[in-house]
Design a binder for this molecule. Structure first.
Ligand SMILES: *[C@@H]1O[C@H](CO)[C@@H](O)[C@H](O)[C@H]1NC(C)=O
Ligand SMILES: *[C@@H]1O[C@H](CO)[C@@H](O)[C@H](O)[C@H]1NC(C)=O
Ligand SMILES: *[C@@H]1O[C@H](CO)[C@@H](O)[C@H](O)[C@H]1NC(C)=O
Ligand SMILES: *[C@@H]1O[C@H](CO)[C@@H](O)[C@H](O)[C@H]1NC(C)=O
Ligand SMILES: *[C@@H]1O[C@H](CO)[C@@H](O)[C@H](O)[C@H]1NC(C)=O
Length: 225
């Protein structure tokens, strides 16, 4: 014991003080603690702790509503092509033509957490009629990153042939179509809070028969939870 005292003494003042308290009787300490309850210093300290907890809670709430607020992932069609349209003549498309739309699509995730999405479905409309369906595999857009994928839509040629506008569109040299895409996904905040997000994108676009490319696309999108 004596040896220990010799060791602690030369250390900092705090150690010396604790040594002195330890040297007192337990009784004295308990009285000392009781006194602290009525000590204004003790109340002040309590107030500080409550204030600190409040600030912490406020900060966490602010984070949830700002940094961790789910922002809308943005889908963009960078370019696209309709394969097989080169086989179209000035006034018709042969029934055995396989038309496929391949679009280079990017999904931009502005969130601070990853956006994980499932299969994406796209419906293609021409003259108000469904003429094609597309599927895109599931994927992940990392936080603040953009993923690019090739979206493929198989076009039902017989459906296109049934649209009255076709003849005039073919002679004009371009087919105006609309597409409707739905992406279901989710973001995980702090690994515990999972929020499901559905991004719906409606586009209107023109398929140029000469270049086979998508041009003049205008997209409108909205997100729902
Ligand atoms: C269209 O696709 C089908 C099945 O994939 C194939 O049998 C047919 O030969 C294709 N037609 C043309 C014109 O490429
Ligand atoms: C997604 O697509 C794959 C194949 O295309 C299919 O096996 C899977 O069941 C689909 N998942 C959902 C959730 O639709
Ligand atoms: C999309 O298709 C193009 C051309 O076919 C290819 O070069 C590119 O690597 C593909 N991108 C992806 C993400 O698969
Ligand atoms: C998108 O298109 C679908 C189907 O044509 C329609 O039901 C929906 O109201 C459209 N949404 C927007 C935002 O234009
Ligand atoms: C189709 O594209 C070509 C060039 O690739 C352009 O000269 C032509 O004007 C376009 N047609 C239409 C209807 O926009």
């Amino acid at each position: 014991m004596a040896e220990k005292e010799e060791q602690t003494k030369p250390l900092s003042t705090t150690t010396t003080r604790s040594y002195q308290i330890n040297g007192e009787h337990d009784h004295a300490i308990s009285i000392d603690l009781k006194k602290h309850h009525h000590n204004p210093k003790y109340l002040k300290c309590c107030g500080y702790i409550s204030a600190l907890i409040l600030i912490l809670a406020f900060t966490i709430l602010m984070l949830i509503f700002t940094v961790f607020r789910v922002k809308e992932p943005v889908l963009n069609i960078n370019s696209g092509k309709i394969n097989g349209l080169d086989r179209a003549s000035k006034n018709t498309i042969r029934l055995d033509t396989n038309l496929t739309v391949v679009a280079d699509v990017s999904i931009e995730n502005p969130n601070v957490v990853a956006f994980k999405f499932g299969n994406t479905t796209t419906t293609l409309y021409y003259g108000g009629v469904v003429v094609g369906n597309g599927r895109n595999p599931a994927g992940v857009a990392e936080a603040g990153k953009t993923v690019r994928t090739n979206m493929t839509i198989d076009v039902m040629t017989e459906k296109i042939l049934g649209v009255r506008r076709l003849t005039s569109d073919l002679s004009y040299g371009a087919l105006g179509m609309r597409s409707y895409t739905s992406i279901s996904g989710g973001v995980k905040i702090l690994k515990i809070i999972k929020k499901n997000v559905v991004v719906k994108v409606n586009c209107s676009m023109t398929f140029n028969i000469t270049s086979q490319a998508i041009q003049d696309q205008i997209c409108m999108q909205h997100m729902s939870f």
